[in-house]
Design a protein around this ligand. Structure first.
Ligand SMILES: [Zn+2]
Length: 643
């Protein structure tokens, strides 16, 4: 802690000062905090499972251990991977060279996608129709770019131009590594940057993308084709293995009309270069060391990371990201205890109860809307630890000596699995995160809150810690995920997950005013020099924190410790509750990474998550005796209470 400062002046330093000083960002990382410490612990646990599985040659063919072990062993065989150079993608690059017209370009776009070799031009996925949630529908979205946000193409300040240069260098390097001469490779980089810049200009900004109505545009396939005459979607979708579908959902129709224009205004040779680039960039992390190193040099410019993450760590993460529900079975057998699940179930029930009390007590909401909010609250489905039904990856071929092909096979398998959901009932047992993941999520169309085994550990959760610590940690995380169902975006979905208004007009106006006040509070937080938090981009997360911490506090006060005044280590139960919250969010972040996250991350930086919610809670003022004149002090009438 940093007991030398007053909690009311700088609660973040008060709770974390000594830790922050003693824990600089390690050279192989971009930030270092509680999340990272637990992630580090988990990835080492995963590595030891993978090492064991890879070393055991006696596992049965087709068994979980065998498939996981083979994938990892192949991924770690850097000598074999280096020997191959770029030969695994040679055929793709050659084929693209033979394209002669726009049709050929579009055929290739479909082929790359279905074969797991790349995702050029636009985004595509199959998911629930949010106005008709029992239906799985094809969904098209803006895309086609490489840099993490459209702003990187469109801005010309020093930070952005430096990254643009690093990006062009990256493109140049990858082309030269495939035998292209330097002058041509540089020209290719300019071509790609300029083409992607046009796509970036056609994209909606992230804040706009938060509006679930604006991004809901349903088209009959034939009608959508009329808006993009150069793209016959009936044909294109069938090439993308999408059959029997007469409608599509489009998040940004304007993007597709612009793309349609670009298709013919851009020379076919430029599109060839662009498609080759898509193959190259998708493959680079899985090719020989010179490709992987070029990829890291680019990452470095974006994030400031000093040295490359060790291969074992990258490949452990890749195994988790590729066959995570095979690996996850081995992970939970070792690292997840039934007691943890029982305790989580109990805490979730307590949080739901606390939330119910809070909704009933809201002074700004009518009885009519409260009834709907309560119905939604009681319809939440929690998932804890790992799936009831594991993904089996049937039909996915994994070989011990073909790393690149394994990655491609997994990409193709995943794509096929995705499109095969069309026309079938929604699979409600599916998980969007793997068991070792240190995170949690709310999914509005399923109205579910999901907590993977990975996050159910210290410092979020510790069965041996006192309630203050668990409620300030995982309790607030549970409350946060519940609150996503009631944030600026999630609150537009009803108890069945359908995008349908359940608010009275008057209540909605009041909610929006409160949300705007919270956005203004976060807008005022600066990260480095002129860069400040984007209150609108982070609004959902900030409502999540405020609602979540408030509900967790309410639930904590129902426990025996919450009702007592017994100090531990000199701190009262309430103090320990808020300190646990603050210590979950402690982190050191490299400045380059901080600058990137402000543009791309919908979460506020940890230092502001620490104080953003407590400064609106009377209990925090009482716990730390925060008074007028203290830097973080807000007058009682200015404190924002939403949920
Ligand atoms: Zn969240």
């Amino acid at each position: 802690m940093g007991l030398g400062v007053k909690p009311g002046d700088d609660f973040y330093t008060y709770a974390n000062g000594a830790w922050l000083k003693a824990n600089p960002v390690p050279a192989k990382e971009t930030r270092w905090g509680s999340f990272n410490e637990l992630r580090d612990f988990n990835i080492k646990a995963v590595q030891s499972i993978l090492n064991e599985a890879a070393a055991n040659k006696n596992t049965k063919a087709g068994s979980v251990e065998k498939r996981v072990g083979d994938f990892y062993a192949a991924a770690m065989d850097s000598a074999a991977i280096d020997k191959l150079g770029y030969s695994p993608i040679k055929a793709d690059l050659e084929r693209i060279k033979t394209i002669t017209d726009v049709n050929g370009i579009l055929n290739e776009v479909a082929y790359l996608r279905t074969s797991g070799a790349g995702a050029p031009m636009f985004g595509f996925y199959v998911g629930q129709d949010r106005k008709n949630v029992e239906n799985m529908v094809p969904q098209l979205s803006q895309g086609g770019t490489t840099l993490p946000d459209r702003d990187y193409y469109l801005k010309d300040d020093a930070r952005s131009t430096k990254i643009q240069e690093a990006y062009k260098n990256y493109v140049t390097t990858l082309f030269t590594l495939t035998g292209v001469d330097n002058a041509t490779a540089q020209k290719n980089a300019e071509t790609i940057f300029n083409l992607e810049k046009k796509m970036a200009a056609a994209q909606m900004a992230r804040v706009e993308m938060r509006d679930p109505y604006k991004t809901y545009n349903k088209f009959a396939v034939a009608d959508f084709s009329k808006t993009t005459p150069n793209m016959d979607w009936k044909m294109l979708l069938s090439k993308m293995k999408v059959t029997g579908q007469d409608t599509v959902l489009v998040n940004s129709p304007k993007f597709f009309t612009e793309l349609n224009g670009l298709l013919t205004s851009t020379p076919v040779t430029d599109w060839q270069t662009y498609l080759q680039w898509n193959v190259l960039k998708s493959a680079a992390p899985y090719l020989s060391a010179d490709f992987a190193n070029a990829n890291f040099a680019y990452t470095q410019a974006l994030t400031g990371q000093k040295v490359q993450t060790p291969r074992w760590q990258r490949m452990s993460q890749l195994t988790d990201g590729t066959i995570g529900e095979l690996l996850g079975q081995l992970y939970v057998a070792k690292h997840f205890k039934p007691e943890a699940k029982a305790r989580m179930d109990e805490m979730i029930a307590n949080l739901i109860k606390a939330y119910e009390i809070r909704i009933k007590g809201l002074d700004w909401m009518s009885a009519e809307t409260k009834e709907k909010a309560l119905a939604k609250l009681h319809a939440f489905r929690p998932k804890v630890g790992y799936p009831n039904k594991w993904e089996t990856y049937d039909g996915l071929t994994i070989s011990r000596d073909a790393f690149f092909q394994n990655v491609r096979n997994a990409g193709e398998w995943g794509y096929t699995k995705m499109v095969n959901q069309l026309g079938k009932p929604v699979d409600r047992e599916r998980w969007g995160m793997t068991p070792p993941t240190v995170n949690a999520y709310y999914n509005p169309v399923m109205n579910e809150i999901v907590f993977p085994a990975g996050i159910l550990q210290f410092p979020f959760f510790d069965p041996n810690a006192d309630d203050a610590v668990n409620y300030g940690g995982i309790g607030a995380v549970i409350g946060h995920e519940i609150s996503h169902g009631f944030d600026d975006s999630g609150s537009q979905y009803d108890k069945d997950g359908t995008l349908r208004n359940w608010w009275t007009a008057e209540d909605l106006t009041k909610f929006k005013a409160k949300a705007a006040a919270l956005a203004a509070q976060y807008d005022a937080y600066t990260v480095l020099d002129t860069i400040h938090v984007n209150g609108k981009l982070t609004l959902g997360e900030n409502i999540g924190d405020l609602g979540g911490l408030s509900a967790a506090y309410e639930a904590f006060k129902m426990t025996k410790q919450g009702k007592s005044n017994k100090k531990i280590d000199g701190f009262t139960p309430d103090q320990r509750f808020f300190l646990a919250w603050a210590q979950v969010w402690r982190a050191n972040t490299l400045p380059e990474t901080a600058a990137q996250l402000i543009l791309t991350d919908s979460h506020s930086p940890g230092q502001y998550r620490t104080i953003g919610a407590p400064v609106n809670m009377d209990a925090w003022y009482k716990a730390f005796n925060v008074k007028p004149g203290d830097k973080l002090y807000k007058k009682p009438e200015d404190r924002i209470r939403i949920w």
